[in-house]
Structure formats: structure tokens, C-alpha cells
Design a protein around this ligand. Structure first.
Ligand SMILES: [Fe+2]
Ligand SMILES: [Fe+2]
Length: 132
């Protein structure tokens, strides 16, 4: 499973949001690298999952405010997609705390696929085609 490489296809034509996506991708890639390198994940999994939850939250708030300002018509459906991530990451954090979650390539793939698809499909929808 390769790292996520941000390139122009990920751009939503809004600098600050692109930078936030890049930051989020780097958090996820860091966890991915630790897994691939076979590092002892006991200490870093919980921390990384929490930073993903926190960064996700920060980003969602920013992005939702941005869409609102733009008068984006499909905001409610977009918020539902964000909510799905919140639920998923909350469960991972809880399971990790309970000692029920071991980070493996399967979990990693779910997280990476969610982020990639969300940016490339859902976030792209609010990006102005006139500016792309
Ligand atoms: Fe989004
Ligand atoms: Fe986003």
C-alpha cells in the first residue's frame, strides 16, 4: 500500500484548504510509514489516531464554514460525510484505548481510502470549476 502523494489532482482551488489537506495527508502517511517499517506501534497508534481525529475536526469546521460562505448548495450532504468520519475515528480511538485495536494494513487502508476518496470526490464538488 503506497503513501498518499498530494498532487494537483487533489486541489480544490483554495490555498488554505489544500494546505490543510496536505497536512492531514502527512499525518496519515507518518502512521503508514511506522506501520511499514515495523516499528513498535503500541505508543504511537493512539496518539496518531487522536491527532487524526483532532485535525479532522479542525479541518471539517474550517471547510464547512468555507462552504457556507460560498453558499454551497450541497452542504448538508457534505456534513453527513464528515460525520461518518467522526464516527469511524471515534470508534478506532475507543477501541485502541480498550486494547481492542491493533493497527494493521486493513485499518490503515480504510483511513487512507476514506481521506483520498473524500478529497477527490466529495471535496472536489465544492471546488469552483471555473478556477480549475
Ligand atoms: Fe470535506
Ligand atoms: Fe476536506
Amino acid at each position: 500500500m503506497p503513501r498518499i502523494i498530494w498532487d494537483e489532482t487533489f486541489s480544490v482551488n483554495e490555498k488554505e484548504i489544500d494546505e490543510q489537506h496536505q497536512k492531514w495527508i502527512s499525518i496519515i502517511n507518518e502512521l503508514h510509514d511506522s506501520l511499514i517499517q515495523g516499528k513498535n506501534l503500541t505508543n504511537i497508534t493512539g496518539k496518531s489516531l487522536k491527532s487524526m481525529a483532532d485535525y479532522g475536526e479542525f479541518h471539517f469546521r474550517f471547510e464547512e464554514a468555507y462552504m457556507e460562505k460560498q453558499g454551497y448548495e450541497d452542504l448538508e450532504n457534505h456534513k453527513i460525510e464528515h460525520e461518518k468520519f467522526r464516527e469511524m475515528i471515534k470508534k478506532y480511538v475507543r477501541d485502541e484505548e480498550d486494547g481492542k485495536l491493533i493497527l494493521n494494513t486493513e485499518v490503515m487502508k480504510v483511513l487512507m481510502d476514506w481521506l483520498t476518496n473524500h478529497i477527490l470526490i466529495t471535496d472536489k464538488k465544492y471546488s469552483s470549476p471555473a478556477r480549475s
